[in-house]
Write a protein that binds this ligand. Structure first.
Ligand code: UDP
Ligand code: MG
Length: 166
């Protein structure tokens, strides 16, 4: 079954110059990149992305991590991969959540670490099922930023100021 999945290269991945390596590993899957961009991550976006973990003791630090506050770099690279079994393929390559338990050949196994606080600094995010993928892709991307029609859209006419080249 063809699927789409959200991948985020977290601030540690960017700061440690792992972007190229991570994208090369992901290209082994032969999946298609249908959207990609650099994002500034607000507190609201980080909180919304991980809202299901709100009750966890590590939630506040996780939100800080995603905002780049632990790495002095407030950005994340967001991508959507599309193709046959995209969700399990990318999860497999990412490896287990805990980088010490992740296979050494996986992205998290190779590049992740555990902070002294216990937080898993694990380099990438990958959606874990189709429902999560839909929620996350819609959170990080507008329809016109994705080059395939993944979900139904509607026309909206909004009078909002936009930034354009001077
Ligand atoms: N996390 C953590 N400690 C835990 C569980 C999760 O630090 O015991 C962090 C880790 O960065 C992880 C993120 O919270 O990637 C989201 O957790 P989730 O359970 O969704 O794991 P994932 O889907 O990323 O493998
Ligand atoms: Mg998850």
């Amino acid at each position: 079954m063809k699927q789409q999945t959200l991948v985020l290269i977290k601030p540690d991945g960017l700061v440690r110059s792992l972007t190229g390596n991570i994208l090369t590993r992901l290209s082994e899957t032969k999946l298609e990149i249908v959207a990609a961009k650099m994002c500034r991550v607000s507190r609201e976006l980080a909180q919304e992305h991980y809202k299901q973990l709100k009750a966890q003791p590590f939630y506040n630090e996780l939100v800080q991590y995603m905002q780049g506050e632990l790495h002095g770099s407030h950005k994340i690279m967001a991508l959507v991969y599309w193709g046959e079994e995209a969700i399990p393929k990318v999860r497999e390559l990412a490896g287990e959540t805990n980088p010490e338990k992740a296979a050494p050949t996986s992205i998290r196994g190779a590049y992740g670490r555990i902070r002294t606080t216990g937080l898993f600094e694990n380099v990438i995010h990958a959606s874990s099922d189709p429902v999560e993928a839909e929620r996350e892709i819609k959170l990080w991307f507008r329809p016109d930023e994705i080059i395939r029609d993944l979900y139904p859209t509607k026309q909206a006419h909004k009078e909002v100021p936009v930034l354009e080249w001077a």
